[in-house]
Design a binder for this molecule. Structure first.
Ligand SMILES: C[S@@+](CC[C@H](N)C(=O)[O-])C[C@H]1O[C@@H](n2cnc3c(N)ncnc32)[C@H](O)[C@@H]1O
Length: 258
């Protein structure tokens, strides 16, 4: 384990590391997840009075259930990779499932699929999003919040200046996701990239926040202590830390091909 608690077993797949990181931090997740909570409220507002068809409903990467609890829709399957987070989720039913394997067959013809801050952890976010859209019943709804590629430019620049690998999770491009959803038959009702910034957010507090959230897993091996020192020395403390979140709400077009 490195000083900042990032996993050192780089042989295991990302899913294993993601599950371990979130599992270890499950008890403190909600206290740290302020942006996730805010986006859940926005999606809750956008999803008022949706004309849902009949069919199954699910929150994909539901974790402790923050998003589902903010929605005016009941009975969503709480699906997640991490059993420790699901144990803290007060909603039912729940299913431990790896979304890299697609959706469980029971969700075919779904009336509603929602997901908050989970798609970016998958190996092929655009491909899985298209798969989710195709799994919707005609007239079924998708509501999504996902951090996207314009996030944390300060971290990327600091790593480049320090000559060390950037261990930030590679995030999907918002326009590629929108294109994938529309190409898979989703008629978009709401599609916006929101930008947030935190003033004077240094490197160490940023990395510690991600670790406390359980979101410290990376596709790259952890930095050595020396690399970490070089990264932090280049972090632009005076510059606000910025991140980008795509919010999408749409329904499956009746004219879309199956
Ligand atoms: C940042 S949390 C978001 C949880 C919740 N949706 C929210 O808005 O608070 C990301 C969630 O995605 C889940 N996740 C990551 N990779 C996954 C995968 N391959 N299959 C299923 N769930 C996954 C994690 O276990 C975690 O619960």
């Amino acid at each position: 384990m490195s000083r900042l608690g990032f996993a050192t077993d780089t042989r295991a797949g990302l899913s294993d590391r993601v599950r371990q990181h979130f599992g270890r931090r499950a008890a403190g997740y909600e206290a740290q997840a302020l942006l996730q909570q805010a986006m859940a409220c926005r999606l809750g507002h956008l999803c008022r009075d949706l004309p849902l068809p009949t069919g199954p409903r699910a929150d994909l990467g539901a974790g402790s259930g923050l998003l589902s609890r903010a929605l005016p829709v009941q009975g969503l399957l709480q699906l997640d990779l991490c059993p420790e987070l699901l144990e803290r989720n007060p909603l039912q039913p729940r299913l431990v499932w790896d979304l890299n394997d697609g959706l469980p067959p029971a969700l075919r013809g779904a009336a509603m699929l929602v997901s908050g801050f989970a798609l970016q952890w998958l190996d092929d976010p655009s491909g899985q999003l298209a798969h989710w859209c195709r799994a919707l019943a005609t007239g079924g709804w998708l509501a999504l919040a996902v951090p996207t590629a314009g996030s944390f430019p300060q971290w990327h620049r600091a790593a480049a200046a320090a000559g060390v690998p950037c261990t930030a999770l590679e995030l999907p491009q918002a326009d590629r996701l929108i294109h994938a959803a529309a190409g898979a038959g989703l008629r978009l009702h709401h599609s916006r990239v929101l930008r947030f910034s935190r003033p004077r957010q240094g490197g160490l507090p940023t990395l510690r926040h991600l670790r406390r959230l359980g979101a410290g897993a990376s596709r790259r091996p952890p930095l050595s202590a020396g690399e970490l020192r070089r990264l932090l020395a280049q972090w632009p403390v005076e510059e606000p830390l910025t991140c980008e979140v795509l919010l999408l709400v749409g329904h499956r077009d009746p004219t879309a091909r199956p």
